[in-house]
Each structure stands twice: as C-alpha cells, then as structure tokens.
Design a protein. Sequence first.
Length: 254
Amino acid sequence: MNKALYLNEKELNIMKVLWSADRPMAVADIARMAHDENIANTLKALETAGNIKVVRRDRIGGTIRRIFCPVISSDKCALDQFRLYYVRQNSIPAILSEVIGIIEEGKPDILFRLKELLRSSKCSTREAKGNSFYLNEKEGKIMKALWSSYEPLSASDIARRIDEDWAESTIYRFIKSLMAKKAVNIADYTQMGKVYGRLFSPAVSSEEYSVGQFSLYYVKENELPHILYSLVDNVSKGKFQLLDKTRELIEGFS
C-alpha cells in the first residue's frame, strides 16, 4: 500500500515543505518552514513508511545533521488521492494522469487549451479548494460505501458493502467520527424490526472531496486543480461529451 495515501495533517505539512523545496533539507530547515519545532516523531514515521529518506549526513562541529528528501512526488500523491476518493466510473482519472505527464514534459500550454475547451463548451467553472477534514483509511472505506449508493444507508447496509469483518458497533464509532467532521449526515430514520434505525448520507460528494485532496497534495502553482474541478463538475451534470473532446485535445499533445 502507498503509505502517502493516508498522511495526517502534520505529515502532509512536512511533505509539502519538502516538495516545494528545490533541494534536500536539514531537520532544522524543515521545522522552520513547517512552523513546527516538534517534528522528530513525524519525520521518523514518514521515513519508516518510505515517504522520505536521508540522502546524506553532514557533520557540523560535533553534531551530525540528517538531510532529507521526498521519495515520492507531489504529482503522484495528488493523483493517487484523486483516484482513491473519486468513485465514478469514467476516464477522468486517466485523463488527469496524462495531463500531469504532459505538464512534466514541459508543455504547460495544455492548461490554456483545456481552459479554452471548457469555455467553448459553455461549461461552468469551479474553484478547487483543499478539504477541511481528513479521512483515515477506515473512514475512507465508509465514505466510499456511501458515495457509491444512490440512497441513504444504515450501519448494516454499510457493513455489507465494505470488505471488512466489522461489527455494527465499529461502524457506528466511525460514523460518529465522520459526523463530527461534518462528512456524514443523518438522512432519515427507518423501522428495523421493533426499533427505528438511522440512515446516513454523505455531506460532501466524492467529486468535491477527491478534487479537494488533489488540491491539498498538488504543490505546483498552476490552474490544474481548478480545471480538474470544472471537468469533474460538468461531467457529473451529464456533459459526457466533454470527456471525448478532452481526450482529442490531449492526443494533439502526444
């Protein structure tokens, strides 16, 4: 499993510092840029997970300074985040991967052309913003079960949809956490035998969350997150021909 898929807020902050740097960094420099003096345990966790590595050790007087660099790129992590949480079955993840590759090849004009395509197709535009909450791996499984359903689900419905041997009490514990994060709402109540049970629905869509995660992890200063959100939003509204037009545009850059 790619450990970077489930970075916590502090780990992501350090990764973004390293991604944004143009050189390997010493611990003191990372701490200063991250505005956090207590990063030793976080660095150890990132190193253990294989997300960062020590590239050299510098001796300054009687002190050894470890110099770190990221093992995985911002582009790859951002793409992985989008793929992880975008549950719709279409070609957008593949399109995003190709666009990132074209930008890496030194062809940033692809972004201008994509904006022009959205404008000529009379598509609405959306501004991508990073999410205000994080999902751990187990919370993510519950959210994907809810996102994949067209109707609200009970805890037992969720348990049947996820590939885990979890008791309903475990499901409820994670749902309580998700409700505290304002990720899940109580949509309705339904009779279950002699009692009434709660039905749950997502408070944020798969589209919004997946693009929000992409925006959090993608550190390049360009308009790709906004273009991605506009593409996702318009396809979700039924403009499926936009996918074919985008594919044709991309092929012109190959």
